[in-house]
Design a protein around this ligand. Structure first.
Ligand code: PHE
Length: 452
C-alpha cells in the first residue's frame, strides 16, 4: 500500500521500510506561511529578524524540508541511539532522508556560506533562518506535526594558527561587540556559572574560558534583547485589549542550563509571562568540531533556535495551533503586517469526545518505545499518528486517561480520550462517530491492539 516513490517539491525519492511520511503531512509542504506578510507567523518572523539586522546578519528561509539524516543528525553530533532518530518521532522519506525536525539541519550549509562569502560579504558573519519543521508528537492545542522554527548564529574570526595563544585578543574583540548591543533594564536571573565541568564542559582543546565567557556574554545580551522586544510587544497588545485595566507585570527572564549535541555550554532562556516560566529558546556555544567540519575552522560563535508558533500564540493570543493553517477569513483578516493585536476568537464550536480503550498486543510493555519481555513495542506517537491520519484537523487533542496492567495476564490496557472539534463549524455526532469508527479499525489493523 506504500507508494514506491514520494514526490516532494518537484523531486522524487524512493521509499523503503523506513518511510513513514503520509500524504496528509506532505500536503503541508510548500505553504510558506511565514512569507504571507499579513500572517501571524510572518509578522512574528519580521519582529525577530528586526533584532538581527544586516549587515552582520543575513535573514533567510529554507523552502524544501527534505534533508539527509547526515545534516539533520550526524554532522550535529547526535549519538546513534538518540530518540530523535527514531521512526516514532521523525518523518522519514527513506532511510537516508527525513523531513527536517529542526532548522539546525541547515547549520552546516550556512556556516559554509559564510566561508564562501568571506571576500564578497565580509561583514555578514551571522544569519537567521526560518523554515517549516516536522515531528511526530502528541496532539493538543500547542502541538501540530508541522510547525516553524527560527534559528540564528553569529561567528567571530580567530587566528588560523594557535588560536588559543591569542584567545585574550579574541575575547577582547568579542567583548567590544557586546558593548555595541544596547543594554536593557529587565531583571535577568543567571544563577549558573557558564561552564560546568560535567554538564556543560569547556571545549578545552579548542577554547579558552575567557573566549567562551565573551561569546556567552554576546549570546545572552543578543537573545535577551530579542525576547524582551517580543514580550514588550505582547504586553502592549494585552494591555490595549484590556482597555488599560490590566497593568503589565514587569518582565523577568532567566537562563537555565540545557544540553544540545552541537553546543557546549548550552542554555535555555525562559520568560516569566502571566504567572508561568515559559521556555522560549535553546542556544549555546557552537561545538568547534562542527565549525571545523563546515569550512570555518578559524571561527568561534554561538547559535540559538526557537519555535515560532509558541511565540506567535502568546503575541496574538491564538488559542489553538491548528488556526495557523486556517484559510478562514475570520482568522486571516484579523492580522496585518507590522501590527501585534490580540486575536478575537470567532465562535467556538462544540467539542465531541470519544474514548477508546484497548489491550496492547503481547505481555506488559514499556511506554517509551522499547519493548520489555519480547512484546511488540508500543509508542504513543503511533496512536497519535493514526488519529491524525483519520481525523486530520478535526481532532483538538488526545489524552491518555487510563492505563493499567492486568495482574494475572500481565496484559496492558490503555484508554485514550479523543476530543473532536472543528475550528470552523459544528461537527455532528454522526460525523464524529464515523471518524472514530475508522480510528478504531486502524488501531486494530495497524497496531494489532484488541479493543475493549
Ligand atoms: N535545534 C534545537 C531544537 O530544536 C534548538 C537549538 C538551535 C539549540 C541552535 C541550540 C542551538 O531544540
Amino acid at each position: 500500500k506504500q507508494p514506491s516513490t514520494l514526490n516532494i517539491e518537484g523531486d522524487t525519492y524512493p521509499t523503503d521500510q523506513w518511510t513513514n511520511t503520509p500524504d496528509t503531512i506532505l500536503s503541508h509542504v510548500g505553504r510558506r506561511l511565514y512569507l504571507d506578510e499579513n500572517h501571524p507567523l510572518a509578522i512574528t518572523r519580521k519582529l525577530i529578524e528586526s533584532q538581527f539586522p544586516t549587515p552582520s546578519y543575513g535573514n533567510y528561509s529554507e523552502k524544501n524540508p527534505v534533508v539527509s539524516t547526515k545534516h539533520n543528525f550526524d554532522v550535529l553530533g547526535f549519538p546513534a541511539d538518540h530518540p530523535g532518530r527514531s521512526r516514532t518521532d521523525t518523518y522519514y522519506v527513506n532511510d537516508k532522508t527525513v523531513l527536517r525536525t529542526h532548522t539546525s539541519a541547515h547549520q552546516q550549509a550556512y556556516f559554509q556560506q559564510i566561508a564562501r562569502n568571506e571576500k564578497t560579504r565580509p561583514d555578514e558573519v551571522g544569519y537567521t533562518v526560518i523554515a517549516d519543521v516536522y515531528r511526530r508528537d502528541a496532539i493538543d492545542r500547542s502541538h501540530y506535526p508541522v510547525f516553524h522554527q527560527m534559528e540564528g548564529a553569529m561567528l567571530w574570526k580567530r587566528p588560523a594558527t594557535d588560536p588559543l595563544a591569542a584567545s585574550k585578543e579574541t575575547a577582547a574583540k568579542i567583548m567590544a561587540d557586546v558593548e555595541k548591543i544596547p543594554k536593557h533594564d529587565v531583571v535577568v536571573e543567571d544563577p549558573n556559572p557558564t561552564i560546568h565541568d560535567q554538564r556543560n564542559p569547556l571545549q578545552s582543546e579548542h577554547h579558552s574560558a575567557e573566549e567562551v565567557e565573551a561569546v556567552a556574554a554576546h549570546l545572552k545580551r543578543s537573545l535577551e534583547r530579542m525576547v524582551i522586544k517580543i514580550f514588550t510587544e505582547a504586553s502592549k497588545a494585552a494591555a490595549a485589549s484590556s482597555g488599560g485595566d490590566v497593568e503589565a507585570e514587569p518582565l523577568k527572564v532567566r537562563w537555565v542550563e540545557a544540553y544540545f549535541p552541537f553546543t557546549s555550554p548550552s542554555w535555555e532562556l525562559e520568560v516569566f509571562w502571566q504567572g508561568d516560566w515559559l521556555e522560549i529558546l535553546g542556544c549555546g556555544v557552537i561545538k568547534q568540531d562542527l565549525l571545523i567540519n563546515s569550512d570555518v575552522p578559524d571561527r568561534i560563535g554561538w547559535a540559538f533556535g526557537l519555535g515560532l508558533e509558541r511565540i506567535a500564540m502568546l503575541l496574538f493570543n491564538i488559542p489553538d495551533i491548528r488556526l495557523f493553517w486556517s484559510r478562514d477569513e475570520r482568522f486571516l483578516s484579523q492580522f496585518r503586517a507590522g501590527h501585534i493585536a490580540r486575536f478575537e476568537p470567532f465562535s467556538k464550536h462544540p467539542a465531541c469526545y470519544k474514548d477508546v480503550a484497548f489491550w496492547l498486543p503481547g505481555a506488559a510493555v514499556t511506554g517509551g518505545g522499547s519493548a520489555a519481555g519480547g512484546a511488540v513495542p508500543f509508542h504513543e506517537n503511533d496512536v497519535m499518528e493514526i488519529v491524525r491520519l483519520v481525523g486530520g484537523d478535526l481532532v483538538e487533542d488526545v489524552t491518555l486517561i487510563d492505563e493499567f496492567t492486568h495482574p494475572k495476564t500481565a496484559r496492558k490496557s490503555m484508554c485514550y480520550r479523543i476530543n473532536y472539534r472543528s475550528l470552523e463549524r459544528t461537527l455532528t455526532n454522526e460525523e464524529a462517530n464515523e471518524i472514530d469508527l475508522k480510528v478504531r479499525e486502524k488501531l486494530v489493523g495497524d497496531l494489532g491492539v484488541e479493543l475493549r
